[in-house]
Design a protein around this ligand. Structure first.
Ligand code: BMA
Length: 850
């Protein structure tokens, strides 16, 4: 698959099914096919008819109830629990429509549901046309003979997803399929693994329980006559089939421009036109976007290391994956707007990310998500939707999963952004490390179910449908080694193989020795709280303390709130204001400082480990922290709050994912600085270290390394000096009184961000003072752009600018201020003014919270 010389590369975006509504890429159909949208206003009634209201399709029951004023904002305070009843009721959607004579004279009339959530019976004119059981499938039925003159009635009766899951559990009496229920702290529903539905909708450790019901995607009628396809672009191609599985076109690689991940090149697009004729008439004219690239997952022996490598080669070039994990961006998918989606993905790119993992407990994202990733060069690691559980393997369950997988692979495989399919989230690890206390005697049973579902079915289908990208059975996994061990490795977290997930909230996150030197870090992270302006709309005054019922209600991870303070307390004084509100907002701040610094340390460790093998471990080629986005306003591992506001971590990611990055750390009291480069070419870098005293904004001394050639796609030590010697050479410095900043330079000046290294915990720093940061001025630069100039009297770590609920982002934030003046820009996402910004702006630094 590697395109060298004149080798061939495959075309993407040419697999499609003309009339099933699954035309991939962007299409504009100007054929004689007639489409009648049945989306829009429907009628919604509950089980006993006591509630009846208009409801939007696409939509869900919760959204309809809220829009019609039956319920408040489900995210407000404790409403997730108050509105639990909604998911226990059965609900029916009804609409009437007319089907013209002209429509009914077509050879075929299909009723198409792009998404039914989840267990429903569909009636057309009092005749059952189908029963559905899978939110991740489209359903279409031939209905021409059921349509009549005048009004036609379409009715979709849903069963409660919670009761259905529980019934399925009861029916599966032979052995349990754990976990039976989520932990109490999640306040969720049980047996979600028995229903093909967003697994996190029954609650997760970062999300509420809102088991939705509804027609969550479009509904329509499609009427058409049989088509003969005569020509595809300029390539003559004859077929009498209506529906194609895949076309493959082959080009010389030199003929096409390749699609590259963000930071490695452009994402050139080609347009494919398909025309169809019948009886001399043009009856079909569709357009699709086409991109070209290759992907390989390289698992091969490494010198001086047991195990196998694990990295991606894109268009023949090894690429370090930098990014995060994506979860559903809303409990009610119908409320997720294209603008929000685009903004989140833009935020990923703005933080120099080149990859996201669509995590297996959510949903296969909508087409727009992948199209934007294509455009922006975001590589997608696509899980199938199974997470943190065992799953049943009855025939009907397997059948519906098979259809789901076929449809999803066919829908998505034309996107170059998707570089890998993965069978599930953590289910190999759950089995291998016995999360669910399965008796040894029953283990073979569960292993058999595991292999049946992910290997014999999902993997087999993917291999048939899409040979263009790799498939992994699970994440984390030992990959090829797991396969050798019968698909479930003894230790799927083995750093010598595959990818790992690693979490520790107790170990000191400032000590890189606590992190596994893995081949590929696909999950790691720390929690923080969102900012006050995000919490305020869903809470009231009595909620605004770290010990309130609200604060503990929103925390779905056992001991999460305490863990954050314990971790923060290792290096920072905790907020102690006597003003309750200030103590609360300061505490939100300190959790964000902790999270940003922890994830920074861990990510930098992974990036600097890419070229080394130490004690048999290393060659790390991916860092995807957990998690990019939020589903509601609550504490979580995210770097972006619900609503799009960047946490401090996201601002840090801008730097720690930069293409050129200096990384500082200590080993045995020796300071090392590594130059990490994602550039294509070798760069010659010098490292400059500046030593500051906590008391003074004038540097104590500066040091420079010798120039070092650093090949593109590598990390190398550029500076090394025992800390004692460095401080001695610097005069009046000790570990407690001084800190370091450093950056890389080449002949054209500074390359990459300025980084910092603390020589002690800031809580022990001598001379750290309240910096009395003042806002010198705010200036409007253009329609949405403003600059804010700050003045500080002394060194100030973690300087945080917050403009409350004015949406937008700063050019940098949470920074170390080691200069008297600093100007940052602010890009507003809605119209604002200097006056509004001045009123809203607060500036907090570490020394301001205690
Ligand atoms: C992981 C994920 C999620 C979870 C996260 C934080 O392992 O796969 O299941 O939300 O950890 O606990």
């Amino acid at each position: 698959m590697t395109p060298r010389g004149n080798s061939r590369v495959c075309v993407f975006a040419v697999s499609f099914c003309l009339f099933s509504g699954v035309l991939t890429g962007f299409s504009s159909v100007t054929d004689r096919r007639q489409t009648v949208s049945l989306s829009g206003k429907w009628r919604l009634t509950n089980g006993n008819g006591s509630v009846s209201l208009p409801a939007e399709v696409p939509g869900c029951v919760h959204s309809a109830l809220q829009q019609q004023g039956y319920i408040q904002d489900p995210y407000f305070r404790f409403n997730d629990v108050s509105y639990r009843w909604i998911a226990f009721d059965n609900w029916t959607y009804t609409t009437t429509f007319t089907a013209s004579t002209q429509l009914r004279t077509k050879q075929k009339v299909q009723l198409v549901f792009d998404g039914v959530d989840t267990v429903a019976t569909i009636w057309l004119n009092e005749i059952i046309v189908w029963k559905t059981d899978n939110m991740f499938r489209t359903y279409d039925f031939s209905v021409r003979d059921l349509l009549k003159d005048g009004d036609n009635e379409l009715r979709v009766s849903f069963l409660s997803p919670v009761l259905y899951a529980s019934e399925r559990r009861k029916a599966h009496s032979a052995y349990r399929v754990p976990p039976e229920c989520p932990p109490d702290v999640q306040k969720g529903e049980c047996h979600v693994n028995f229903i093909r539905k967003e697994q996190s909708s029954f609650s997760w450790d970062w999300g509420p329980s809102f088991p939705t019901t509804g027609l969550w995607k479009d509904v329509r009628l499609e009427a058409f006559d049989v088509l003969q396809l005569l020509q595809v672009s300029s390539v003559p191609l004859y077929s009498t089939k209506i529906c194609f599985k895949s076309f493959f076109f082959f080009f010389q690689s030199s003929q096409v421009k390749l699609w590259w991940p963000n930071g490695h090149g452009d994402q050139p697009v080609y347009h494919l036109a398909v025309g169809g004729f019948q009886d001399g008439f043009l009856i079909l004219n569709t357009k699709s976007k086409v991109y070209f690239r290759t992907v390989e997952l390289v698992q091969e022996p490494i010198v001086a290391s047991p195990g196998l490598s694990f990295y991606f080669r894109i268009n023949g070039k090894p690429v370090f994956l930098k990014g995060s994990n994506w979860i559903p961006a809303h409990s009610f998918q119908d409320q997720l707007t294209p603008a929000v989606l685009r903004n989140l993905l833009q935020s990923a790119v703005d933080a120099s990310m080149n990859a996201l993992r669509v995590w297996g407990g959510g949903v296969y994202e909508q087409d727009l998500f992948y199209s934007i990733c294509d455009e922006m060069g975001i590589m997608v690691w696509q899980d199938f939707m199974f997470a943190c559980a065992m799953y049943p393997t009855e025939d009907d369950f397997i059948q519906t999963v098979r259809e789901e997988v076929i449809q999803q692979v066919q829908r998505l495989k034309s996107h170059p952004s998707i570089i890998i399919w993965s069978g599930n989230n953590e289910n190999e690890a759950a089995l291998a490390t016995d999360w669910f206390s399965i008796p040894v005697s029953q283990r073979p049973l569960y292993l058999k179910d595991y292999v049946t579902l992910y290997v014999n079915n999902i993997r087999a289908i993917v291999q048939e449908e899409d040979q263009s990208r790799p498939f992994l059975v699970s994440s984390p996994t030992n990959g090829a080694e797991s396969e050798q061990e019968g698909w479930v490795a003894a230790n799927p977290y083995d750093p010598h193989y595959g990818d790992t997930h690693f979490y520790s909230y107790i170990l000191d996150c400032w000590d890189w020795r606590n992190f596994p030197r893995t081949r590929f870090a696909s999950e790691y992270g720390f929690q923080s709280w969102p900012s006050f302006s995000t919490l305020q709309p869903v809470s009231i005054k009595e909620d605004w303390s770290y010990t309130s019922n609200f604060t503990s209600h929103r925390q779905h991870h056992e001991n999460g709130n305490q863990q954050m303070l314990l971790q923060a307390g290792l290096h920072f004084h905790l907020p102690n204001s006597t003003d309750n509100l200030k103590r609360f907002t300061d505490t939100l701040y300190i959790t964000q400082v902790m999270q940003a610094q922890c994830v920074k340390t861990q990510t930098e460790f992974y990036r600097r480990s890419q070229s080394e093998i130490i004690e048999g471990k290393g060659h790390t080629m991916g860092a995807l922290y957990w998690q990019l986005n939020d589903i509601w306003q609550a504490p979580s591992w995210s770097s972006i709050e619900f609503g799009g506001k960047w946490k401090m971590l996201h601002y840090f990611a801008q730097s720690f994912f930069a293409a050129v990055l200096p990384v500082g750390f200590e080993d045995d009291d020796t300071l090392f600085i590594y130059a990490v480069s994602d550039l294509t070419e070798t760069g010659s870098f010098v490292d400059q270290v500046t030593v500051y005293s906590w008391t003074d904004l004038d540097p104590v001394c500066t040091l420079k390394s010798d120039p070092l050639p650093v090949p593109g796609g590598s990390a190398a030590a550029i500076f090394k000096q025992p800390v004692a010697a460095l401080l001695a050479g610097c005069g009046r410095c000790t570990r407690l009184t001084c800190l370091l900043t450093f950056h890389l330079e080449d002949s054209s000046g500074q390359q990459g961000p300025t980084n910092h290294h603390f020589l002690c915990s800031p809580k022990d720093a001598q001379g750290l003072q309240r910096p009395n940061i003042t806002v010198r001025h705010i200036v409007q630069e253009d329609k949405t752009g403003y600059t804010v100039t700050l003045h500080s009297a002394s060194v100030a770590p973690f300087v945080w600018l917050d403009v409350g609920n004015i949406p937008g982002r700063f050019s940098s934030n949470g920074f170390l201020m080691a200069s008297r003046n600093r100007t940052v820009s602010f890009t507003a996402w809605r119209p604002t003014s200097v006056a509004e910004l001045s009123r809203s702006l607060t500036v907090t630094s570490l020394r301001d919270v205690y």
